[in-house]
Design a protein around this ligand. Structure first.
Ligand code: 4AD
Length: 429
């Protein structure tokens, strides 16, 4: 009986015979002795292959493989201080599933342009760096989900083909839905608001779509949206909920994702909470002092936004946005009706990471602002109904997961945080 193991379990099998399946990351041929450096998705392992152990015929075959060959090695696990991870396998039997091809070395090279690297992303993701990023995506999704579960939220999966739009009209993907017009979802928020009336606290982790024409290093046309919506939570409780979430996820990152941080050669700092709250008016003053010509009432775009966070050197909540700058669903602040009870969380490297706020519960105010945004209220009938039947104060947020990864792992361009990114000029692979 074969004992098929994973590289991460090697220490448990010292001195035992095991079988390891993986791909050849590096191959070194020293004549009578051959080394494979194998990766199996969990880690790496050095394989030593000696002619006198495996026999002439297998040895010959073992020499005729190329990088990325898929192989199965059976042999004894030995301690070896020089090998990465501290163990190696001395091969006794070798099965070659696929020998790969000599052209592999021309597919991606250190000189490949960013566009070639994107065309060849199906190879790039096999590399150590991208593998680490993908592994962290999986870790971080778990940490976010755990936080939601621990705070009593349930996961729901709203539809992504929609006729109602939370964020308005400029960056829509319109699709043909049988004989009707529909859109790809920009955010699950409106459905999450409906779902709280069934489950009280809900979250979703789903793609959102934005037909972003601008080419920036933090915009995708498809991104992963981590969204939450909570009944009976007011704005100030929401701010606390979100900063605790960021703190929780980063703490677990430091404690449990050391393998990723080591592979990427980075350290992660857990930011202290509470985060500073900066009113929009004050933020405008700061960016103007830094030389940006931005008038009150305008959006703070990418570069000045980054300058603003750099000014504080830590995550900040940008609050008190003027009512006419924000979508219809934001609650107007009862203490100051010119501003909304909303906040963007800005973080170093990427700028805006979260859009959030308390939701408007006043039926007439919602209807008026929907119309003002140029939206036909008819398809929003169900959303308006929520304010009629059992309405409660509630709040929620949306976090761009790729921006989160970009921030935590200090990645220059957002496209490097995705399995297969979608941007204005990128639809393949
Ligand atoms: O600020 P946004 O547009 O807010 C909403 O969609 C709300 N309805 C969310 C909610 O309250 N449930 O988007 C939320 C976050 C942004 O802060 C940003 O991190 C990310 O989504 N995001 C993008 N990430 C990558 N590429 C894009 N094109 C993005 N657009 C938004």
């Amino acid at each position: 009986m074969m004992t098929i193991i994973r590289t991460k379990d090697l220490p448990k099998y010292e001195g035992k015979e095991v079988t390891l399946r993986g791909w050849a990351y590096q191959i070194r041929d020293h004549g009578k002795i051959l080394f494979y450096f194998l990766r199996d998705g969990y880690g790496f392992c050095q394989i030593t292959i000696k002619k006198n152990i495996v026999g002439e015929e297998i040895f010959k075959k073992a020499k005729k493989i190329y990088r990325e060959a898929s192989v199965e090695i059976t042999g004894e696990v030995k301690k070896d201080a020089r090998a990465e991870g501290g163990y190696e396998i001395l091969a006794k039997k070798i099965k070659i599933w696929n020998p790969s091809h000599p052209e592999i070395d021309q597919e991606v090279t250190p000189d490949s342009s960013p566009d070639i690297l994107l065309d060849k992303r199906h190879f790039v993701i096999r590399g150590r760096r991208t593998r680490a990023i993908l592994k962290y995506r999986s870790d971080a999704l778990k940490y976010f989900r755990d936080y939601f579960y621990e705070t009593g939220a349930f996961e729901v999966t709203p539809p992504l083909i929609v006729e109602t739009l939370p964020e308005g009209g400029s960056d829509l993907f319109e699709i043909k839905y049988f004989d009707k017009k529909a859109y790809l979802s920009q955010s699950s928020q409106l459905y999450l608001e409906a779902a709280i009336f069934s489950l009280n606290r809900v979250f979703s982790i789903l793609p959102s779509y934005r037909a972003e024409k601008s080419r920036t290093r933090r915009h995708l046309s498809e991104f992963t949206h981590v969204e939450g919506e909570f009944a009976w939570m007011d704005f100030y409780e929401l701010l606390e909920y979100m900063e605790k979430m960021i703190h929780y996820v980063l703490k677990r990152t430091v404690e449990e994702s050391e393998d990723v941080l080591k592979d990427l050669g980075i350290e992660v700092e857990v930011p202290s909470i509470p985060f500073k709250r900066v009113p929009y008016k004050e933020a405008i003053k700061i960016v103007r002092e830094k030389g940006w010509d931005i008038e009150e009432g305008n959006d703070i775009s990418d570069a000045p936004e980054r300058d603003l966070v750099a000014h504080f050197g830590a995550p900040i909540y940008l609050t008190e946005f003027p009512v006419n700058m924000k979508p219809f669903y934001h609650k107007i602040d009862p203490d100051n009706p010119t501003v909304t009870r909303s906040a963007d969380l800005l973080v170093p490297v990427v700028g805006e990471l979260i859009g959030s706020g308390e939701r408007e519960t006043d039926y007439d105010s919602l209807l008026k602002r929907l119309k003002k945004m140029g939206l036909d209220p008819e398809p929003y009938y169900w959303y308006l109904d929520l304010r009629k039947y059992g309405s409660v104060p509630h709040s929620g947020f949306g976090l761009g997961f790729e921006r989160f990864i970009q921030w935590v792992l200090k990645i220059e361009h957002i496209r490097d945080t995705c399995l297969f990114p979608r941007t204005r000029f990128r639809l393949r692979p």
